[in-house]
Design a protein around this ligand. Structure first.
Ligand SMILES: C[S@@+](CC[C@H](N)C(=O)[O-])C[C@H]1O[C@@H](n2cnc3c(N)ncnc32)[C@H](O)[C@@H]1O
Length: 285
């Protein structure tokens, strides 16, 4: 597959990009889109070895079983240049568990409705996306019915919350990121890619008609904390694995390409996240 080079002369890859990406990057996802190559990440990445300066993968690993997740990390390692950076973003299992225990204690001491709602929300965060059998699951039902604590849900869900309950804040970020209105422009992606994309979308339409979230990549199959994620990265060969914040990265030009900043201001796009980066060593041990 041809690799797109960004204006700075670097090649970047966004793996499982969803609808948040830059058109000057290389983007792939199960769900095809404009500037997005359709690809099932349970298969090897469709790129040659050692071609990318950075690989970014946000809220995707938890959708793969641990074996497929480890294989994807090895693939990300393979396609990176020596010295290239891998940035992984996942829902932070540790933070979810700590909040769950905190709200459990509070609700068990005092069953005021707002305390029960906060407790209920954390149970949903922990379990719903793993066990749901219909799209959106119990979390969508709670949101539709207004059965949630507004401040907690907003703080946990981030930009997606503003998307499903629009009109809350003006859009402030100026960027050509695809999730920002007026962001990505149309690129000429070529006839071959356009046909592949249409075919993949048609196939997905048939499978997702079953309303089964397991067929569309929606279900969570595993979760990670700062220890398990750095360990699985080190096992794939990455060096200097460490936890970052949403606005800190070793990816070149991150101030321009920050995929983790909210479009509403200088705060995380997905506040429930854990950010970990590792580097492909210059010299193989
Ligand atoms: C929660 S979304 C995250 C999207 C985006 N990276 C972000 O941070 O907003 C998970 C994405 O993983 C993709 N995905 C899940 N399983 C996949 C698979 N087996 N192959 C490719 N993409 C997959 C989904 O299509 C979806 O776009």
């Amino acid at each position: 597959m041809t690799v797109r080079i960004a204006p700075e002369g670097r090649a970047f890859l966004n793996v499982g990009c969803g609808d948040t990406y830059f058109q000057e990057w290389n983007n792939c996802d199960l769900l095809p889109g404009r500037d997005v190559v359709p690809h099932d990440l349970r298969r090897p990445l469709p790129y040659a070895a050692g071609v990318f300066d950075a690989v970014y993968c946000s809220h995707v690993l938890e959708h793969l079983n641990p074996g497929d997740g480890a294989a994807l990390l090895r693939e990300m390692f393979r396609v990176l240049k020596p010295g290239g950076v891998c940035r992984l973003v996942v829902p932070d299992l540790e933070a979810i568990c700590r909040l769950y225990l905190q709200y459990l204690d509070e609700a068990a001491r005092d069953s005021a409705p707002e305390k029960i709602r906060r407790y209920d929300w954390m149970v949903l965060e922990l379990l719903d996306q793993m066990v749901r059998e219909t799209r959106g699951g119990l979390m969508r039902q709670a949101l539709d019915r207004g059965e949630f604590d507004e401040a907690l849900a907003r703080n946990r869900v981030g930009d997606h919350f503003d998307k499903i309950r629009p009109g809350s804040e003006p859009i402030r970020l100026k960027s050509n990121r695809s999730d920002i209105p007026g962001g990505a422009d149309r690129l000429d992606e070529g006839v071959g890619n356009r046909l592949r994309r249409r075919w993949a979308r048609l196939r997905l339409w048939f499978t997702s008609r079953s309303n089964d979230p397991r067929s569309t990549g929606e279900t969570h199959r595993w979760m990670y904390d700062r220890l398990s994620l750095t360990r699985v990265m080190a096992k794939a060969g990455f060096a200097r694995c460490s936890v970052k914040s949403f606005d800190e990265s070793d990816i070149p030009h991150w101030d321009k390409y920050n995929l983790d900043v909210s479009k509403y201001g200088q705060r995380p796009r997905k506040p429930d996240s854990l950010y970990v980066e590792g580097t492909r060593p210059e010299v193989q041990p």
